[in-house]
Design a protein around this ligand. Sequence first.
Ligand SMILES: [Zn+2]
Length: 472
Amino acid sequence: MSLRFKLQLVAVADDGSETTEDVVILDKDHEGLEQLGLTLAEGKQLLREVQRRVLERQVTAFLSVETACPKCGRPRGTKDHKVLGLRTLFGKMSLQSARLRRCCRQPGESASVSPLSRLLSERSTPELRYLETRWASLVSYGLTVKALRDFLPIDEHVNVTTVRRTTLGVARRCEAELGPEQPMFADGCQLDWDELPRPDLPLTVGLDGGYVHSSQQRSRRDGWFEVVAGKSTPAEGASKCFGFVQTYDTKPKRRLFEVLKSQGMQMNQQVTFVTDGGDDVRDLPLYLNPQAEHLLDWFHITMRLTVMNQMAKGLRSRERPDLTTEVAEDLERLKWFLWHGNVFRALQTAEDLEVDLDVEGAGPEQRKLLKTVTEFGGYIRANGAWIPNYGERYRYGEAISSAFVESTVNQVVSKRMVKKQQMRWTPEGAHLLLQTRTRTLNGDLAATFRTWYPAFSLEDRETTDEELPAAA
Ligand SMILES: [Zn+2]
């Protein structure tokens, strides 16, 4: 014997009178474990049916006050009806939108008005668009559709096209609201800055690049383009990440400035930028803050030295059996000079090493190492101004490296955009997705929606790096 349930919705009017309508009739068996409680299908059906009725009543209530002419107060006649679609978390709803004859018509005004089109300024609810954007920022568009369809009573109206359009639309809106680029963001002068309260400890900003597959590949060489990702870490409080596509972005300084401002950066606060010294990121820290200092990431220096050490181990020379040891010693001296910020002696050491390696009859390993040493010398020369005395900084507990940025590139860029080789991006698409992704990772997406829809009530849940799936 099955149990029968009749689910009803009772609408209560202002005067207390009630209107009851049937929503769903459920016949439930109870002989098996799988029959207990509501099934997913029943839950979805229930949500969809309730959603439709609640929405219809809201629309009726909204329209009831709109019937009167705003000028003379007389009721306006209905010309005809149009059906408007609204995508919601619990299904796509078709709503009757009355077109009213305009009374007290001014010259140039149309003959009819559709109040509901004004209310439905967008054809999907903010909560649906938030979830589409949040999930598409974490996993692929395709997986987002699958996940949302698994749990919500939605069907064809949520698909890869709508999810991508929604996500990029949210990103474009954020971009449009980003203030103009300025050559200089340090406002005020030294006198004003002296007046500011004593700021917190330094902020450390690490910047690094990663590469994503281009969808506009014409040759092997332009198969990839660079994406810059970074993380700003205050002495206390949460880090924030940011990202952009250098070749597409017209406001990288403003973007970074807004991140730092949201972390409470003051103009008299020390900000340390740690980068790999690439041309693209070298200029960015300038003009952002009068107290900004820029240094070459010690992590990147040691990475390059490690590579050269590995290469030295492979050297075989009949004439000079000690070559490997000699080169290793030279590299050790090179590292020591760099650690103490002695660029001049470091460059001398690199040049000596080049002379040592550049001999007639050198094997291919040796020539390869020579080339790498020469490139390293060029790298040190180009970035000499940003090589501090790392040893001293280290003793004072100051930042010397942004090894954490390596994981930021992985977190912000690679996990969503790179792992799966077929994933190809336009610079614009990658740049826009980075904007919703960093907002999602920073826990700022719901707050962004709230600035657009004040009554928006969802809250961001934190997403830890371990939870982030590799792009799939
Ligand atoms: Zn009127």
